[in-house]
Design a binder for this molecule. Structure first.
Ligand SMILES: *Cc1c(COP(=O)(O)O)cnc(C)c1O
Length: 609
């Protein structure tokens, strides 16, 4: 049975039961059930579900493994984690991180002024705030304001200019001075498609010469006591652990050297983010070559070893894992609107009183096809199809005959695939790929899976139901933007097979998983499709609850958000219709009411689904 790689990517968060995918937690609701409840309120288009308990699970995993490694290695420093806001700044995602992380005193990381304001508003007093990225005097002053307001904040400098500004602000005002961190520029580099954050040519960090100069500047300004952290970040979605180990050795030795140079308040090493998430659904592809166990043990062991060798006390360890913490918490659900080759339905056959002999033979093949003869009959059918096409090109048969032949042959191939689905021959497997079905999904890839569009990042995808039966259609997925990049093509190296459903009779929903990191703010309003309607789902032993509904923006609001005055547009549309001629007043007012309704709905399609 095809489980869509659930055992590879889902981390036991989901299970298949009675043909449906369910949360593997407490009362175990099925995703379909949740989606149907939301859609009963007339919500249409894609739906983003957030599961805060999955954030809690990740936070707990991170802490448990680091605590275990700390014990096993007799390590003396503590473990702390902050969540980098750039990974998901949406209110209900941040709220889930801070509420689920409260018992761990989880903090926030900011990389811009707006994120810093958010961190200052949302971090509980006592939890950590770290600040990275390029900063001007205003942003640095905000850091002083945060410290003065009681926050445990560390401003990490990316260059000497920023340190000079910190010294300047400290001289100019009496505000409390924040803790200061130094981002080190490593000679070792990261791995994976996002690995641009480390290395000699990196965008960020101080070279060893600059670090020495920074110590001198701090000492002269009498601020050395505020230097508390060494920071590095080697890039997101690390596929290989080797570069991290190199970076740890390098940063660990820098830390120890600085301690010896008199940086007595220095007591934290911040190893940034980069912990990878498994996005693949096929056993032969792996996103990473290490486990969280190996990751935490390596960090703790290496830092302990370096400090022991240099006789320096063990630093506290900070991580800024983002992707690892929130990727799994969000699932995008998209209704399927159409299967494009459903034009080959048997009910569309239209025979004549007298049909060409080859058609009659195809009818017989179709009628008599069974498990024993299906390969032979399939070959006959393919052969007949060739002949029919030649006859058509030569003008001997008409379009109706050709259509009948195509429907019959499609049907024979589909039934042969079904009969042999347990062990398809190579030939059948190839036919299956050729006979790809295109599934039109009510969503925008640009809005909801931008990393697929920009980086070809795969996200696990599977139907929410029908999971008792083997999916036989090689599938490519088309979104509803009018952009040919809005397609997830069938890839024989990581094939996706979906079910052959008749959408006139039933609905079919696909879930895209692990979409909780980066996709939401990176998503763009191409074709003016907006962030999907989102809901937070909390689950206990007996039931689940749908909370925090934020419906996808309506059409007038999206026009407002790019600078139109929607009131003017609205009035214009109403006046044009009101002033039009040749329809009754009744029809006019009915149509106006319709127009009002359309403008208040989101921009996704509403046809059947
Ligand atoms: C982006 C970023 C992170 C988060 O990386 P993940 O791969 O999402 O864990 C952490 N720290 C810094 C400095 C970053 O820029």
């Amino acid at each position: 049975m095809n489980n869509f790689g659930l055992d590879i990517w889902s981390n036991n968060n989901f299970i298949i039961e009675n043909g449906q995918i369910r949360l593997n937690y407490k009362c175990m609701p099925s995703l379909l059930q949740i989606v149907e409840e939301i859609r009963a309120e007339d919500v249409r288009g894609p739906i983003l579900l957030r599961f805060p308990h999955l954030i809690k699970a990740q936070i707990r995993t991170l802490y448990n493994y680091f605590d275990k490694a700390i014990q096993q290695n007799n390590y003396k420093g503590k473990f702390h984690a902050v969540f980098p806001l750039k990974v998901n700044q949406f209110p209900h995602a941040v709220e889930a991180v801070t509420s689920q992380g409260a018992q761990f005193n989880y903090g926030l990381e900011a990389g811009s002024k707006a994120e810093l304001i958010l961190a200052m508003s949302k971090t509980p007093i006592g939890a950590n705030i770290t600040v990275n990225g390029f900063k001007d005097k205003e942003m640095i002053t905000l850091g002083f304001i945060a410290a003065q307001s009681g926050h445990n904040i560390t401003i990490t400098i990316e260059g000497l200019g920023e340190l000079e500004t910190i010294i300047e602000v400290a001289k100019e005002c009496d505000l409390k001075v924040p803790n200061i961190g130094i981002r080190v520029r490593l000679h070792s580099t990261g791995s994976g498609i996002w690995a641009k954050s480390g290395g000699m040519d990196a965008k960020f960090g101080l070279t060893s010469t600059e670090i020495i100069e920074a110590i001198t500047l701090l000492r002269e300004a009498d601020l050395l006591e505020y230097l508390s952290m060494i920071h590095f970040h080697i890039g997101s979605q690390m596929s290989d652990i080797a570069p991290l180990k190199k970076a740890l050795r390098e940063a660990g030795n820098i830390y120890a050297e600085l301690k010896k140079m008199g940086a007595t308040s220095l007591d934290n090493i911040n190893i940034g983010g980069g912990l990878a998430v498994e996005y693949n659904q096929h056993a032969h592809l792996n996103s990473r070559n290490y486990s969280i166990d190996e990751f935490s043990s390596s960090v703790v062991f290496l830092l302990g070893e370096i400090m022991n060798a240099k006789n320096v006390s063990h630093p506290n360890i900070f991580t800024e894992s983002g992707r690892f913490i929130v990727a799994s918490h969000a699932v995008l659900i998209t209704p399927v609107l159409e299967l494009f080759t459903q034009d080959y339905q048997e009910k569309l056959l239209n025979f004549k009183t007298i049909n060409p002999p080859l058609i009659e033979e195809l009818v017989e093949l179709n009628r008599l096809l069974n498990n024993t003869n299906c390969i032979e009959y399939l070959h006959d059918a393919l052969d007949h199809m060739e002949s029919m096409l030649t006859l058509f090109d030569l003008g001997y048969i008409d379009l109706q005959d050709r259509s009948n032949a195509e429907i019959l042959v499609h049907n024979i191939i589909k039934r042969a695939l079904y009969l042999k689905s347990a062990n398809p021959t190579d030939e059948l497997a190839q036919l299956q790929v050729k006979l790809q079905e295109r599934y039109l999904i009510n969503a925008s890839i640009f809005q909801s899976l931008p990393d697929y569009w920009g980086l070809n990042q795969h996200f696990p995808v599977m139907p929410l139901h029908h999971l008792n039966s083997t999916p036989l259609r090689a599938a490519s997925l088309w979104d509803i933007t009018c952009d040919s990049d809005g397609e997830i093509g069938f890839n024989p190296d990581k094939p996706l097979y979906l079910h052959d459903v008749n959408l006139d009779e039933e609905e079919y929903f696909l879930g895209f998983f692990n979409v909780g990191a980066y996709q939401e703010t990176l998503g763009m309003n191409h074709n003016l499709f907006t962030h999907p309607s989102e809901y937070t789902i909390t689950i206990d032993e007996n039931s689940y609850e749908v909370k925090n509904a934020v419906e996808s923006k309506n059409i007038l609001d999206i026009l407002d958000s790019i600078g139109y005055d929607s009131a003017i547009l609205h009035t214009k549309l109403k006046n044009d219709l009101s002033n039009s001629e040749f329809i009754s007043e009744k029809e006019k007012s009915d149509t106006l009411a319709k127009l009002e309704l359309f403008l208040k709905q989101n921009g996704y399609l509403r046809t059947t689904n």
